[in-house]
Write a protein that binds this ligand. Structure first.
Ligand code: T5A
Length: 212
């Protein structure tokens, strides 16, 4: 059970425009006079940002085991839920979050091959009772998303470097998660130009939270 606030999560394969759209959605919610917080996973707390750096840039120099990776994402999540999300939702704020529990199911479950039920238990342990009210799945072909991610940063990070098959599996996994929970998920066509995606998201949010 969240407090009186609302948690909206952005999910999807690489380069779908989650960060771009999360920022634009937060701006539009603020324009309604709401208190809005934006944050991201992994990260969003000092501990989480160190975990992010560790995961993305392989700081230790040794290969990160898949099991270690799964636990580190959940460790970052546990800190974020307790220190940021639960307090914000408890005071009635809206939180727009760039990736959350479904990323672990998609990447570590469908992508790396860990048991999805076991990962759901890990997620529950990490989140306590913090749950999204809406999850926007920004879906696009993986080749297109990876090309966008590279054109933005000029290189691929550790996870982006995984084989194309890994990215295809996690995209299919996301779509399966969305079919399993149609009340929470909305799939958005992220291959469209930015303003079109923003307009599609605005329509979803209006209908879900503000239509009388
Ligand atoms: N991960 C994360 C796990 O494996 N398990 C987990 O539990 C969690 C939480 C996070 C990585 O960790 C993995 C997933 C990721 O691999 P990240 O840097 O946060 O790393 O990576 P992403 O979340 O994938 O974020 P990206 O920054 O790569 O992509 P976004 O946020 O989807 O896209 P955005 O907005 O940064 O846009 C990327 C580029 O595309 C352009 C933008 O201008 C930008 O240049 N763009 C568009 N271009 C054309 N048309 C559009 N509609 C566009 N929208 C954006």
């Amino acid at each position: 059970m969240n407090g009186p606030g609302r948690l909206i999560t952005f999910e999807g394969p690489e380069g779908g425009g989650k960060s771009t759209q999360a920022r634009l959605l937060a701006d539009s919610l603020r324009a309604r006079g709401l208190e809005v917080l934006t944050t991201r996973e992994p990260g969003g707390t000092p501990t989480g940002e160190i975990i992010r750096d560790l995961l993305q840039n392989n700081l230790s120099g040794e290969p990160i085991r898949d099991a270690t990776e799964a636990l580190l994402f959940c460790a970052s999540r546990a800190q974020l839920c307790r220190d940021v999300l639960a307090p914000a939702l408890g005071r009635g704020a809206w939180v727009v979050l760039d990736r959350f529990t479904d990323s672990t199911l998609a990447y570590q479950g469908f992508g790396r091959g860990f048991d999805v039920a076991a990962l759901r238990s890990l997620n529950d342990f990490a989140t306590g009772d913090v749950k999204p009210a809406l999850t926007l799945l920004l879906d696009l072909p993986v080749e297109e998303g990876l090309a966008r991610a590279v054109s933005r940063s000029g290189k691929k990070d550790r996870i982006e470097q995984a084989p194309l098959d890994f990215h295809r599996r996690l995209r299919e996994g996301y779509l399966r998660l969305a079919r399993e929970e149609p009340d929470r998920f909305v799939v958005v066509d992220a291959a469209k130009p930015v303003p079109d995606v923003t307009a599609d998201i605005a329509r979803v949010v209006e209908a879900r939270f503000f239509a009388r």
